[in-house]
Write a protein that binds this ligand. Structure first.
Ligand SMILES: Nc1ncnc2c1ncn2[C@@H]1O[C@H](COP(=O)(O)OP(=O)(O)O)[C@@H](O)[C@H]1O
Ligand SMILES: [Mg+2]
Length: 279
């Protein structure tokens, strides 16, 4: 079995409450993750699912140490990075990267595609082979070299998401966090992006944490899934088991949102149980 890449133990996150209309000078903290255990192995694809507001993005940001946990630990290849400073994290930033939900807001409108994809290399002070690495990342992401000189507004939604992917792979990471990356796309573009991720995962040996509120997407991409609800993991397991015999009532409700052709008998039983529960 492959080695463990990232581990979170009893992870807690509290953030200053930005939802207050008139924040105090020091906004009170609100607790968002209440002790989450998570791990992912090299090359593994894990789905992180749950409704909006369940804490998926916060978990992802804590795993990448884009925010600092208030409790518990985060380990990257055994190294405790829970409170590591930016200098200590810098070498890891190339090894664990992220693809965002909305590529247009993640891409600088005044930067060419090549400049955006090169940014992570430039940030690391890489001088040699930048152009070659950028073109290779674009090619791997299914974008011809002629896109290098274009600007984000000249691209379709699917092409922009490919740029986001190219930027995430340009440093040859071991782990990519993909946060709702197909949510805004039409169904056929979604399928193409998922195919691309599957291919990259296989070719690059990537580990993938795939955040989504849509369980049907997880099924085509991931072998394992964790279900989040209100800042906690309420259920986890191999996709096949969890889809066939969900244990948590919350998971059954999530599965109930999947269109009928996706269903199997286990799901139908769960729905009947749920209906019985609700009277
Ligand atoms: N800076 C913040 N201030 C206040 N509440 C926040 C902040 N960031 C996230 N939240 C809240 O934390 C919860 C989890 O958010 P998030 O991790 O974005 O969930 P998800 O990605 O599953 O939709 C939500 O209720 C959200 O409103
Ligand atoms: Mg989110």
């Amino acid at each position: 079995m492959s080695h463990e890449l990232i581990r979170a133990e009893a992870l807690r996150v509290a953030l200053p409450d930005t939802t207050r209309k008139r924040p105090f000078r020091r906004a009170p903290l609100i607790s968002i993750l209440h002790g989450v255990d998570f791990h992912i192995r090299a090359g593994e694809a894990v789905g992180i699912v749950g409704e909006s507001g369940s804490g998926k993005t916060t978990l992802g940001r804590a795993l990448l140490r884009l925010l600092e946990p208030t409790g518990g630990r985060v380990l990257f290849e055994g190294q405790d990075i829970t409170h590591a400073n930016e200098a200590a994290l810098r070498p890891l930033r190339a090894r664990m990267t992220m693809i965002f939900q909305n590529p247009l807001s993640a891409l600088n409108p005044r930067r060419t595609i090549a400049a955006s994809v090169a940014a992570p290399l430039v940030a690391r002070g890489e001088a040699g082979n930048v152009r070659q690495k950028v073109l290779r990342a674009l090619d791997r992401s299914g974008l011809p070299a002629r896109f290098a000189g274009r600007y984000p507004h000249q691209l379709s939604g699917g092409q922009r998401q490919r740029v986001g992917i190219a930027r995430a792979i340009v440093t040859e990471p071991a782990f990519i966090l993909a946060d709702e990356i197909v949510s805004g796309l039409d169904v056929s573009t979604q399928a193409q992006i998922l195919d691309l991720l599957r291919e990259l995962r296989r070719d690059m040996g990537l580990a993938l944490a795939f955040i989504t509120h849509d369980l049907s997407v997880v099924r085509v991409l991931c072998e394992r899934v964790v279900v989040m609800h209100q800042g906690r993991i309420v259920e986890e397991g191999p996709c096949a088991d969890l889809f066939a015999t969900p244990r948590a009532a919350y998971t059954r409700r999530l599965l109930a949102a999947i269109p009928l052709p996706e269903l199997d008998e286990g799901w139908l039983d769960a729905e009947a149980e749920d209906a019985a529960e609700q009277g």
